[in-house]
Design a protein around this ligand. Sequence first.
Ligand code: COA
Length: 189
Amino acid sequence: MNDPLDPGSPAEAIDIEIRDMGIDDLAPVYRLGERLFTSDLYPSLYRTWEEWEVIGFYNTDPEYCLVADAEGQLAGFVLGTVISKPSWTYGYIVWLGVNPDFQRRGVGDRLVDTIVERMIEEGARFMLVDTDPTNEPAIRFFTRKGFGNARKHVFLSLNLSKHEYYGKLLAYERNKAERMKSKRHRRRP
Ligand SMILES: CC(C)(COP(=O)(O)OP(=O)(O)OC[C@H]1O[C@@H](n2cnc3c(N)ncnc32)[C@H](O)[C@@H]1OP(=O)(O)O)[C@@H](O)C(=O)NCCC(=O)NCCS
């Protein structure tokens, strides 16, 4: 069995093929993502891993959905998109995941190189990626790949029921729904 702390050695080099994600990869990619993108790593609702992430990218950006195949085993995947603005075309790596059994063996490196090559062909001149500030391995990984200029993004939240004005609106809507429900009950023969 592989020791996850063992960074690997040339003797353990693995034969990896980077290829387009196919329909049969959707479920394994989703399951691997479920293991990797936990709520610890992604506490914000802005980034939640679900089936629609995989299906959606496969539908809209199939050329930027790649898997790393280790003799039939899923070693990793990357899902991304290209964003075109009047001034620049950006390549955005949205999800990158490497199977813990294959980490620290250059799989992420090869996935990123391949997706960036494809994005350059499509006109990308700038790359974007984002992750939680506590995700040290990913930050180190991307820094080593040359990414930088990190900007922190602040997420604010508000519990509407505790707000002076919105709380009243919420209670009003709740009462309205209750009234409709009991009206429907009364109308029943
Ligand atoms: C981040 C991640 C994709 C890296 O994949 P990987 O295949 O293990 O990366 P590589 O083997 O290509 O690593 C290249 C370099 O990145 C850095 N790195 C990768 N994992 C690291 C870790 N756990 N701790 C510290 N540095 C790390 C190292 O500099 C490494 O070079 P080295 O092994 O020679 O020291 C992988 O850890 C992962 O799937 N993490 C969970 C999901 C995630 O956070 N995705 C990114 C945001 S979407």
